[in-house]
Design a protein around this ligand. Structure first.
Ligand code: DAH
Length: 386
């Protein structure tokens, strides 16, 4: 008995005095490990009389538990101590600038957004924004897509649960609701683009549940389809850095435009690569049309006085085309090797609009001082645009 009490006292004292996790593990092995002192004592139980077992057994078990608890408490305390030492010694100052070799890069989508924005702002457009969590009215109803309209099914919408009033918000399926928000924010004329994230429940090599679009809306007096065509041709010429871009307008249907068209760009497929502006193949790049009179009426604009055009384009799609990126899903996989390969230098300012007469060619790093102002020569200006 006395022996057990002494043993307990000695072991607990050793644990308490231990200052090192490796030594603590040695203590554990030598006391309660398979061949440890306590385990050997346990084996002795077999040789005892039943009465001895009755008194000695529980005591030994109690001692084993006591030691195990003391070991685990000491282990936690030592680990915490070790962690604090590491936190102190490995502290980094996150406000310091990064090392040159760790520089981040601009994601191709951000680059495309910057380039598209630059081209359109030079044409006199301003940038508008809308929420990604949208109301049914802006995403569908006001755009002439009432409940039960078959076009709703094509959108694979992510809906939120109903609120108390029975309304369901949704993740916007396109950037077109920004048209409605813009037209409800003040009187015409409008000349805006709205780049941003959009969502549809769809996923394969050319579809991701989150993707990007840019919307354009021009409303004024006497705007016609010729303006739309010029605008799109001008954009393609600058964006793809080509003097002669083959463009085709194919009749199509969108509830919010009448007439509607889809725009294809001429291309060739050579050795698994897409060459824009060459060959006899076509790739669809956007939907467009003259804003439907019903949409204007929905936002209290008189369609006899004002009319205009709109278009919507997939930004991921045009990025893939421009830089030959084969799989859309890679854009959002956060793979650093991919980002390093397709990313752009952090200080690479898009300078497309200053290269008006440049055919194809190398990307410029940094801006250029040329200040040719496209908005002065824009035919849209001849109609008293913004
Ligand atoms: N919102 C359409 C879509 O996501 C694209 C679109 C087509 C936008 C025609 C427009 C337009 O503004 O006029 O499929």
């Amino acid at each position: 008995m006395d022996d057990l009490q002494k043993l307990e006292k000695d072991i607990l004292a050793a644990i308490e005095a231990c200052d090192d996790l490796v030594i603590l593990e040695d203590i554990r092995i030598s006391e309660v490990g398979k061949k440890g002192r306590i385990s050997l004592l346990m084996r002795e139980l077999g040789k005892m009389t039943p009465d001895e077992k009755k008194t000695f057994g529980p005591k030994l078990n109690g001692l084993k538990d006591l030691i195990n608890n003391a070991l685990s408490d000491r282990k936690s305390a030592l680990e915490l101590k070790e962690l604090n030492i590491r936190l102190q010694s490995e502290k980094i100052d996150i406000s310091l600038p990064t090392l040159p070799e760790n520089n981040g890069s601009i994601h191709p989508i951000t680059q495309v957004m910057d380039e598209v924005t630059e081209i359109f702002t030079e044409l006199g457009f301003s940038v508008a924004e809308g929420p990604e969590i949208e109301e049914d009215f802006y995403n569908f109803t006001a755009l002439n897509i009432p409940a039960e309209h078959p076009a709703r099914q094509m959108h694979d919408t992510f809906y939120f649960p109903e609120d108390e009033k029975g309304n369901r918000k949704l993740l916007r399926t396109h950037t077109s609701p920004v048209q409605i928000r813009t037209m409800m924010s003040g009187p015409p004329p409008y000349r805006i683009i709205a780049p941003g994230r959009t969502y549809r429940c769809d996923s394969d090599a050319t579809h991701t549940p989150m993707f990007h679009q840019v919307e354009a809306l021009v409303i004024d007096k006497n705007i016609n389809m010729g303006h739309l065509k010029w605008c799109i041709e001008e954009f393609c010429r600058k964006f793809f850095e080509l003097d002669n871009v083959k463009i085709r307008f194919r009749p199509s249907y969108f509830p919010f435009t009448e007439p509607s068209a889809e725009v294809d760009i001429g291309c060739a497929f050579k050795d698994g690569e897409i060459l824009i502006g060459e060959g006899d193949d076509w790739l669809e790049i956007m939907g467009c049309g003259m804003v439907n009179a019903r949409v204007l009426e929905n936002v209290n604009i008189d369609p006899n006085e004002y009319q205009g055009f709109a278009f919507g384009m997939g930004l991921d799609r045009i990025a893939m085309l421009k830089w030959g990126i084969p799989d859309l899903r890679d854009f959002f996989a956060a793979d650093l090797r991919w980002l390093k390969h397709y990313g752009f230098a952090a200080l690479d300012i898009p300078s497309l609009s200053t290269q008006n007469n440049k055919v194809g060619g190398d990307r410029k790093i940094g801006g250029s001082s040329s200040s040719e102002n496209m908005s002065d020569s824009s035919p849209l200006n001849q109609n008293g645009g913004q």
